[in-house]
Design a protein around this ligand. Structure first.
Ligand code: PSU
Ligand code: MN
Length: 308
């Protein structure tokens, strides 16, 4: 048996058949500094509730896979040091050996599917890193989207990545990439990437129907919904690009590799923008939580209709 534990709120929601939205924990432990990380996690959960769904923040604590964290668990995770960053490769080993770890997009998708949760909100997914032609650094998030049936709402892939290569790989893997309400894929801190979106949808209902159709057709894998950051929180591409380039240069000079790359870059961007990158990151996560909740509610209504 998988040691799994459901928070009281999540257990109640499952019993009474309410829509749920999964949330990841790597953004808490490796994506934002304390105390903004814990504050943001709470705001995101509140945003999900305000939009008619129930939040399930996912993490591995002392060998148990938690679906939903209580206030004390969230607080201690947000302040803990040396928490593992778990992806598909290491989540089982962490549980089996009694470890503690935060779940990335890939690991959160795995846990959400195990728990029967179909919709997940995050900030930005991992992808193909710049220079991947020599480092081979491609996030496991991409392959997870190709095999696990969860709809992931993000503000695109993090702009520290090679975005054209990231979306090429998603196309190769057969992952539907849906821009919400615009024709271009958004670029995390900025609304535009210059990359045309393969699919565009303007309502949560359409996204829910597409999710349901993939299930009916037995197509494995999920969907990536790219929700642009709200206009008022955006950092224009001209402004953020030099900052990204400076952060990348530092990472290179210091020989930062593998799992450390994304947290290092986010942390340097935070320092170099005097916190603006973080303010934008918080705004986009909240915006994604809202859309994910609407999709979860729409999917819930669809499955009830088809059951009748
Ligand atoms: N989104 C954010 N901040 C983050 C992440 C996403 O706004 O820190 C995390 C996610 O957990 C994602 C991970 O899965 O970064 C990608 O890491 P890597 O590039 O090492 O695969
Ligand atoms: Mn990587």
């Amino acid at each position: 048996m998988i040691p799994m534990s459901f928070s009281i709120e999540v257990a109640e929601a499952m019993k009474s058949g309410q829509p749920l939205v999964a949330l990841e924990s790597t953004i808490i432990t490796h994506g934002m500094p304390f105390p903004q990380n814990v504050e943001t996690a709470r705001l995101v959960e509140a945003e999900v509730r305000a939009n008619g769904a129930v939040p399930a923040t996912i993490a591995v604590l002392d060998g148990t896979l938690h679906i939903g964290l209580d206030a004390a668990q969230l607080d201690s995770l947000g302040q803990a040091h040396n928490v593992a960053k778990l992806s598909r490769a290491d989540i089982a080993a962490c549980i089996a050996t009694g470890g503690t770890g935060a779940t990335t997009v890939a690991a959160t998708m795995i846990a959400a599917e195990l728990a029967g949760i179909s919709v997940f909100a995050t900030g930005g997914i991992g992808g193909v890193h710049r220079g991947a032609e020599t480092t081979f650094d491609v996030s496991a998030d991409l392959h997870e989207l190709a095999q696990t049936a969860v709809t992931v709402v993000a503000a695109g892939a993090k702009a520290i990545l090679d975005l054209p290569k990231t979306f090429e790989v998603l196309e190769t893997l057969g992952v539907p990439v849906i821009a919400y309400g615009q024709d271009e894929i958004p670029a995390f801190w900025s609304r535009q990437s210059g990359i045309p979106a393969p699919l565009r949808m303007d309502s949560a209902d359409s996204i829910a129907k597409a999710h349901q159709m993939r299930g009916l057709m037995d197509l494995p894998g999920g969907q990536l919904v790219c929700n642009p950051i709200p206009v008022e929180a955006e950092i224009a591409a001209e402004e953020i690009t030099p900052v990204i380039e400076a952060a990348l240069k530092e990472a290179d000079a210091q020989g930062i590799a593998a799992k450390a790359v994304t947290p290092f870059l986010l942390d340097r961007m935070f320092a170099m923008t005097e916190g603006r990158s973080l303010t934008a990151n918080i705004a986009l996560v909240l915006n994604n939580a809202r859309l994910a909740s609407e999709i979860a509610v729409a999917l819930h209504n669809l499955s009830h209709k088809s059951a009748k």
